[in-house]
Design a protein around this ligand. Structure first.
Ligand SMILES: [Zn+2]
Length: 426
């Protein structure tokens, strides 16, 4: 990331802060309480004096407190998204549809192949297969119609159970049938979900419709999920991973070289070294804080994502100017020993690689006791040997005892996501 580029992004954040202070009731009080005025903020270091904001702030002050004065939920072009956190409480966010569309297009500027897929999607037909809580319609009940699950933008939300791997066979058949009927130009999916559906379709001998592209979001794509998604789809299918949040839309996308580029045109992004408030160096584990740029409805300032990233040094071979980072998953799921992070969801998945011997896995860890690694084996493939090796590698890295167990089912989280590395709260 060039200095000029950083300062351009920072200038946008300073404007956003000034606007939020004047026009958004919550931010007026937030800065007053911190004894700050927007005019005090001249450098990134000054900006870090603005206390970080969180989901809790937006939940508590929704809607009037976090919207620009004079705007309302009923205005034209207002899109309402909701997310359910790990503890189940809903967070509703409002954003202008055109703002989200602009973020999506700017994020996609890193991948010409995906831009081409989007450009060819007129009128747009998309299939979404993701945790029900992440979708905007009720899709977890049977007997809903395709019409009732088709959004205004042409997205058909496929039916799925809250507990992905317990989705009843009839509902899997329904999703497969609808995927074939809707014949989407692109598919927007949670990687675990899509791997599950494509496995099931292959198992039933059902052909996969020729979508031009696949956008994987909502969750880290495991090596095992990517391996199967690529194997099930025609080789020409463009597959990208997107970093996104329901509150903010698309934040980053993988380029044709596989680098995840973060969108520093739509956002001022701060990567702060894990557990500190100083900027991280490349290679250092960091948490992402996001400030929106040019949001006319509900700006976010220093919004704490709870997601871990590591900035990648140097320029990408693809030549795009957006900085690259590796997504490490939710910070709350890190495994810490003696004050050091010894395992992240990404590090665990790197130890696994494409893992030809399993389909899904979950490592659960508590503050004490052995780490529990459960996995669903690939039928007909030796898994006991690789599982023992993996357990030894995790133990060597973490200094903790590890049990590895082959199982027939792995439960999703309450959010409907299937995470591969989960810290059990004390
Ligand atoms: Zn690149």
């Amino acid at each position: 990331m060039t200095e000029a580029h950083i300062s351009q992004s920072f200038a946008g954040a300073v404007d956003e802060l000034a606007k939020a202070y004047e026009a958004v009731p919550f931010y007026g009080r937030h800065l007053d309480a911190a004894g700050l005025r927007p005019s005090d903020v001249r450098s990134p270091a000054d900006f870090r004096r603005v206390p970080a904001t969180s989901k809790a702030d937006y939940r508590r002050h929704f809607p009037a407190g976090v919207l620009v004065r004079g705007s309302s939920m009923a205005d034209d072009f207002v899109f309402r998204s909701r997310s359910s956190g790990t503890t189940g409480e809903r967070l509703v966010t409002l954003a202008h549809t055109f703002t989200l569309a602009q973020r999506q297009m700017r994020t996609t500027s890193v991948n010409r192949d995906m831009l081409r897929v989007f450009a060819g999607a007129r009128p747009q037909r998309v299939c979404r297969y993701a945790p029900p809580a992440c979708s905007d319609v009720e899709c977890a009940t049977p007997f809903t119609t395709m019409e009732s699950r088709t959004l205004e933008d042409g997205t058909l939300v496929l039916p799925v159970a809250h507990d992905l791997l317990a989705t009843p066979p009839e509902m899997v058949a329904q999703a497969a049938r609808e995927l074939q009927t809707h014949a989407p130009q692109w598919i927007y999916a949670d990687p675990a979900h899509l791997a599950f559906l494509l496995d099931a379709m292959a198992g039933r001998g059902l052909p996969v419709p020729p979508a031009g592209g696949v956008v994987l979001a909502y969750n880290l794509a495991t090596g095992a999920a990517l391996r199967r998604i690529r194997a099930h789809l025609p080789a020409a299918t463009v597959v990208v991973e997107v970093a996104s949040m329901s509150e903010l839309g698309w934040l980053g996308m993988t380029c044709p070289e596989g680098g995840l580029h973060l969108n520093t045109d739509s956002f001022y992004l701060e990567l702060l070294a894990h557990g500190t408030d100083r900027p991280a160096e490349p290679g250092e584990l960091a948490e992402l804080y996001v400030t929106s740029i040019g949001d006319q409805l509900s700006p976010h300032i220093r919004y704490r994502t709870g997601d871990g990233y590591v900035l990648v040094a140097g320029d990408c071979p693809c030549g795009h100017r957006f900085p690259r980072a590796v997504h490490h998953g939710r910070c709350r799921d890190y495994l810490v020993a003696d004050g050091e992070v010894v395992l992240t969801p990404r590090v665990l998945d790197d130890l696994l690689g494409p893992a030809e011997w399993l389909t899904f896995y979950k490592l659960t860890h508590a503050d004490g006791g052995p780490l529990q690694f459960r996995y669903i084996p690939v039928p007909g493939v030796d898994h006991a040997g690789p599982a023992t090796e993996l357990a030894a590698a995790i133990a060597a890295r973490t200094g903790r005892e590890v049990t590895a167990t082959a199982v027939g089912h792995i439960e999703s989280e309450r959010s409907g996501k299937l995470f591969g590395c989960v810290r059990e709260a004390p």
